[in-house]
Design a protein around this ligand. Structure first.
Ligand code: FES
Length: 603
């Protein structure tokens, strides 16, 4: 006898709740024109997998399964799913995992960013289409957490983020190494002919010592910290490495919490508030986080109706010190951050600058979670505000005639001497031109020049690849040059470093001023004045635009057509215009003119 049989011989239960109150397996019925039949059929099919009616009466918790042979950053997905399911079952829910797109940085052509919005649509639509009362989002590699938060924000049901966790560090000839700051450092040494092919091959074996996400403060670690700062993970969810018992316990706890938010109907819009976005931006600045964090936060905020106010963000940056001593801005790795207490240690130190009333998925406020984490302890990974790694936030917002819509620089990873610099432009028209000429001995370039790379913006490449980390021309690298000012409309990996201006908006491919820069033009960078200026007159620029108008990229069919016709610029998160919230609700961080500061800045 199965649970669907009844002892009194009456018909098995197939009634459904009214559409507006439907929960669990009865939610979102397939449309056959007969709701009773729809549920009857759904139950018949799921019973083919051996489920009982009593199991199907429980709150249903969806789990996004982003495991993939192409994604070693999610290589622990099977163990995480098992632990999440355990947590859900212990709390009385019914776990249902389902596959979505999974994106890995090194296995996505032309670039992972090209696929982020597709993953967000996949996530959103599968949350909408399938019956679930809450969803656990398992993400880690750079674009996956943003895509999932974007999708979940649009879908609107209760959602909780589970991070896959960082990889372990390896060792090369006694030196500790980890992806991917050390990947770039060693590759730079190889290009400069400081190490040979045999040694770079040895290094290749050691950089990624286990499954999990990059072990420095790259985009994955940044988004993990941001997800926790937003209140979208359980406390402590950002830092445990992928292969640790702590990570598995976080997974079990996430499953348990998912059942609670389903029962309480704690929807994502109650978590993703302006206060939460301000906390996330504050944390982004204080951790010396990836510049990609701004793009992703702009996209997530756009899904719930908020724009990023870049002037206010810059002001916030001026009053937020970098406290986290992690590569590439500092010395440590994610596992050290975890041993130092993780986000609780950072948030405790940042407390006077945070909106402590922001609600988190636990149903408690961020302030309450900081209190529950208890007192701190001696450690050397999170600095006190009185002794920061860098006195201002890691990221500065630049303006000027070269970037009327703004540009950014990660000042904490830049060379102090180059942050006030004027030089001659050495221009590359696109990524192919760069690859063709950058290492030529006859390239006319000196260490005082400014490298300009066009057409790697949202439409230009397309997908705004992380090609903004323009390599030092080989002849300069051989001569010992370690940094040079570089400017582009592209992005940069969070694991990269250097005096690099990114996200120039509008991009060259749609006719932004960057399109008209020529070899030999003078460019002035002043981080102090937040300026990026092309020292060419307006009339001359207009003449150049008229002489050689820009041909905006198009495509003949498929996803590329959708991408090229609807993608926004960097300041709106490179999201598709039709995916943003219908209703505009304001901007974040909000500005309180009477204080000339942002509301979170209380200390
Ligand atoms: Fe996946 Fe770095 S490649 S996090």
């Amino acid at each position: 006898m199965t649970d669907s049989d009844t002892s009194d011989g009456a018909a098995p239960r197939h009634d459904i709740a009214p559409a507006d109150a439907a929960t669990g397996i009865s939610k979102g019925l397939t449309n056959y024109g007969d709701r009773g039949f729809s549920l009857f059929l759904r139950k018949a099919f799921i019973k083919g997998a051996g489920y009982t009616d009593s199991a199907l009466d429980r709150p249903v918790i969806g789990i996004t399964n982003t495991g993939s042979s192409y994604n070693p950053c999610h290589g622990n997905a099977p163990q995480l799913i098992e632990a999440v399911k355990r947590g859900i079952l212990l709390a009385g829910g019914l776990p249902m995992d389902f596959p979505t797109i999974s994106i890995h940085e090194s296995f996505s052509q032309p670039t992972s960013m090209y696929l982020r919005n597709l993953m967000s649509m996949d996530t959103e639509e599968l949350i909408r289409a399938q019956p679930m009362d809450a969803v656990v989002l398992i993400g880690g590699c750079d674009k996956t957490v943003p895509a999932q938060l974007m999708g979940a924000a649009s879908a609107g049901i209760p959602a909780i983020q589970l991070i896959t966790g960082s990889m372990l560090t390896g060792s090369h000839r006694s030196e500790r190494v980890g992806a991917c700051t050390d990947c770039r450092r060693y590759w730079g040494r190889f290009r400069a002919e400081e190490i040979d092919a045999a040694e770079i091959s040895e290094v290749n074996d050691q950089l990624v010592a286990s499954v999990g996400t990059c072990s420095v403060m790259g985009t994955a670690s940044t988004m993990a910290c941001i997800a926790e700062a937003l209140g979208m993970t359980v406390p402590g969810g950002a830092s445990p490495p992928a292969v640790t018992a702590d990570r598995i316990r976080i997974a079990e706890q996430t499953g348990t919490e998912a059942v609670r938010i389903a029962r309480e109907h704690l929807t994502v819009d109650r978590i993703l508030t302006p206060a939460a976005f301000e906390n996330a931006l504050r944390v982004l600045l204080a951790i010396g986080g990836s510049t990609n964090g701004i793009v992703h936060l702009a996209a997530i905020a756009g899904r719930v109706g908020y724009d990023i106010d870049f002037e206010a963000l810059d002001r916030m940056g001026r009053e937020t010190p970098v406290l986290l001593d992690l590569k590439p801005s500092g010395d440590h790795y994610m596992e050290d951050f975890h041993h130092a207490g993780g986000m609780a240690t950072l948030l405790r130190e940042l407390k006077p600058l945070l909106n402590l009333d922001a609600l988190t998925v636990t149903g408690r406020t961020l302030g309450e979670e900081i209190e529950r984490a208890g007192p701190g302890f001696a450690q050397d990974v999170v600095r006190p505000r009185s002794n920061p790694i860098y006195p201002q936030g890691g990221i500065a917002v630049l303006r000027g005639n070269l970037a009327p819509g703004g540009a950014i620089i990660k000042q904490s990873a830049a060379h102090p001497k180059l942050m006030e610099h004027e030089g001659r432009a050495v221009v590359f028209e696109n990524a192919a031109d760069l690859a063709e000429r950058i290492d030529r001995d006859d390239l006319d370039v000196t260490a005082d020049d400014i490298l300009v790379l066009k057409n790697i913006g949202p439409k230009g490449a397309p997908g705004m690849p992380e090609a903004g980390y323009i390599p030092i021309p080989r002849k300069l690298a051989r001569a010992g040059v370690k940094d040079i000012v570089r400017i582009s409309d592209g992005r940069m990996s969070g694991t990269a470093f250097g005096t690099i201006v990114l996200h120039v908006t509008p991009e060259a491919a749609i006719g932004g001023p960057l399109a008209y820069v020529r070899n030999g033009d003078r460019i002035r960078l002043s981080v102090k004045n937040r300026e990026i200026a092309l020292l060419v007159g307006d009339e001359e620029l207009a003449r150049r635009a008229e002489d050689k108008p820009v041909a905006v990229p198009t495509a003949e069919r498929g996803y590329r057509t959708l991408f090229l016709t609807t993608v926004n610029q960097a300041d709106q998160g490179v999201d598709f215009d039709f995916l943003r919230a219908v209703e505009a609700r304001g901007s974040v961080p909000s500005v309180d003119p009477s204080r000339g500061s942002v509301p979170g800045a209380k200390g």
